[in-house]
Design a protein around this ligand. Sequence first.
Ligand SMILES: NC(=O)c1ccc[n+]([C@@H]2O[C@H](COP(=O)([O-])OP(=O)(O)OC[C@H]3O[C@@H](n4cnc5c(N)ncnc54)[C@H](OP(=O)(O)O)[C@@H]3O)[C@@H](O)[C@H]2O)c1
Length: 570
Amino acid sequence: MKTLEVTPLEKKKLNVLIMEKEYNEPFWIAEQKTSNNLGAIYKPSIGFFKFLENVVAKVNLDFATDELGMRSQEDFEKNILSELFRKDNIPFFAVDIDPNARTYLASALDEKIELRNKTIKTIERLSKKKEKDETMEKEYLVAYGQNLQSEIEGVEHEAIFSVRENWIVMGILDQAREIKGKKEINSLHICSPDHCASIKKILESLNVKVEVAKLSKKVIAATAEVPSSHELENYLQSMQIQIKPVIKKAADKAPHLLFYFDTDVKASPFDICMAYDIGYDAVIPYENVTPEEAKLLTQDALFSRGTKGIKHTTFMIGGKNAERAEDVFKAIKNSMFPQFKTSIIVDPAGAYTTAAAMVAKTERSISSSKLGELKDKTCAILGTGSVGKIAAVLLAKLGCTVMIASLNPKRVDGKEHAKNIARLLAKDHGVQVEGLYAPTPASKIEILKKADVIMCAGIRGIRLIDKEMLDEVKNIKILIDINAIPPFGIEGIELNDNMKEMMPGIFVIGALTVGNLKNKLEKEILRDARNRGKEVYNYTHALPMARQLLQESLVPKVTLSLSYPNRKTK
Ligand SMILES: NC(=O)c1ccc[n+]([C@@H]2O[C@H](COP(=O)([O-])OP(=O)(O)OC[C@H]3O[C@@H](n4cnc5c(N)ncnc54)[C@H](OP(=O)(O)O)[C@@H]3O)[C@@H](O)[C@H]2O)c1
């Protein structure tokens, strides 16, 4: 039995012109899908024949191939195309899956098909009965039958597409191997529309030069009305078919590039990995980027790519310092002008996506726990890093009363630092928040008492709140922690907590509950920027996207395990 082995040609160059057929050559492994009557129209039209005649006259072909499909070799040779190639002395071969391989694949399906047919018969028999038990049995059989059917279709699809396409390619290469004494060979392959793209891809992966052509047909008829069957003859006499070849252009191949500008000394692998994972073809990191450098780098990148390539170009800005990242963002944005605009993502050390995920998660948890609305709450942010500052901005913009507190006992200028943060947020983001300094347990308890919602955005591995402090608070509180490195920001909290009532009236959300949403959100932003290519993505865009993701994940993820009910013994 012949085996499938697709290897490149050695010391020979092969050019293949793929000519797309006007129909898909009928082919099936186990079950015939098309009626035999259609055979009358599954053949080359006169237009296709004429066009091919022209190609054969003009291109110096060494051989030609066509799919055999379900035709016999005898039928294949009687075909008008065989006559055409014979007339011009061009060897013409049928290429397809080996008959033994096809039989082998079909027999693998036989058992499943038999089982499915039996299942259908039993369902039909049960449908005629009315007893409750039988109805239940029927439902199970329906599910079983559906399962079998999708397995059959899956195996058939795999055989008809990827397996068969490889056999076809092997057939073309084998014919090229047979041609001796020529370094460059030209061939033509007549191909079903459904297989053109994959066969092209497989051939190209084997260093074959491929061009695909199809016919564009336009019917010019005296009347636009569709004729009734008895008028068909007159209608045909009055019409012309205008045929012209169209060279199918290769798909847009400009790769998706992400230029990653980090303001820190080392570019973060986190964002780079995420970008590759969602499908960027290349991520190019730059470190220590200043606004001046960003401007030059942006222009260099854009001018080299042309309008199509620009759509496949994304800029992303990272780095611990959000203010520096915003300056780089402005420099990139100002370097762009109409026709030379593309996506820019700003997410300094993940702060914007983390803050948006934290706020969206809290908002949904509060409303779904029937604890009111986040916008009406007093919120305290513990930590004045980039995440804390942006969370404060998002909450203030929602309408919350917001405090942002530095808890760092090492600060000598704590009060002044906290006030400066509040001033900075007012200047840069137009929001009013209260800046506080709370390095001691007593000052922290005071904040805990005033706030309904407490978001811990302190440095990793530092405990900010312990249980004794929580003992002091009376009203219902929602506490969120985003520090995933032990000790966590809140004593007793666990990474995956999701509105767990840790103490009476104290509901907590852990770092991974927020972190998982943050990761999904960053990927969604990268995907959107890659696919749509004309948008700025900052914290303002991140919040609605995070809300949307939470909405989507409301679809219940349930695994049902149903067991077949025992028949009642009568
Ligand atoms: N879960 C996630 O997906 C995720 C994603 C990104 C970040 N994170 C986490 O989010 C947190 C905040 O990150 P960030 O980048 O905004 O800020 P950060 O640089 O990690 O630090 C936050 C703040 O912690 C304070 N701090 C430093 N030493 C302290 C101490 N000994 N005691 C109390 N406070 C201290 C500092 O406040 P002062 O300015 O007042 O000194 C600093 O601004 C970190 O824990 C980070 O790991 C989580």
